[in-house]
Design a protein. Structure first.
Length: 182
């Protein structure tokens, strides 16, 4: 009787936080994934072309670049790649765009390996998700609006600032702040 080698599923992890990548890689390898790491969009695209991962975990903001660019490239390479977008800067606008571009899930940081595995294994939407009855705060609504306008202008801060009738540096400061939860 011969033992057949069973290939581990390949997973691409792209995030500019090297420590987070290292910890997450170790945890995912313990769960039988072969993990490839990149810290830039370009390197992530090269690794995807080289290894053709079945799964990808992409940070929304990689340095000054948008991880959504990489989501689009990954899906163009192979529309069967299951992509999860991770972010510390979640907004409704970016979540919608990530899903439109082909991501299967959108998680906020810090997401652990179990949360990521659950998201990868969750193939369909869940109709039993609780609907929040509390309206968003004014600060959160402002954050959501800024993100929406920024997305409408393809991430161009100067164009978004003009559309918002606000100084570019003011918009940058507001975008650099972490959004309030509610």
């Amino acid at each position: 009787m011969t033992d057949q080698l069973i290939a581990k599923p390949r997973l691409l992890l792209v995030d500019d936080d090297e420590t987070y990548c290292s910890v997450l890689k170790s945890a995912l390898e313990k769960r039988d994934f072969e993990v490839f790491i990149a810290h830039e969009v370009e390197n992530g695209a090269k690794l995807a072309e080289q290894y053709e991962p079945e799964y990808a975990i992409i940070d929304l903001r990689i340095g000054q670049q948008s991880g959504l660019e990489l989501v689009e490239k990954l899906i163009a390479l192979d529309d069967n790649t299951q992509v999860i977008v991770l972010t510390g800067f979640s907004s409704i606008a970016t979540a919608v765009e990530a899903i439109k571009l082909g991501a299967i899930h959108y998680l906020t940081k810090p997401a652990n390996a179990d949360e990521i595995i659950n998201a990868l294994n969750k193939g369909k939407g869940d109709t039993s998700v609780e609907i929040n009855e509390n309206p968003l705060s004014v600060k959160r609504l402002e954050w959501e609006h800024l993100q929406t306008v920024l997305m409408q202008h393809d991430g161009n801060i100067s164009a978004a600032a003009r559309a918002l009738n606000m100084h570019r540096r003011t918009l940058q400061r507001k975008l650099d702040k972490r959004p309030v939860r509610e």
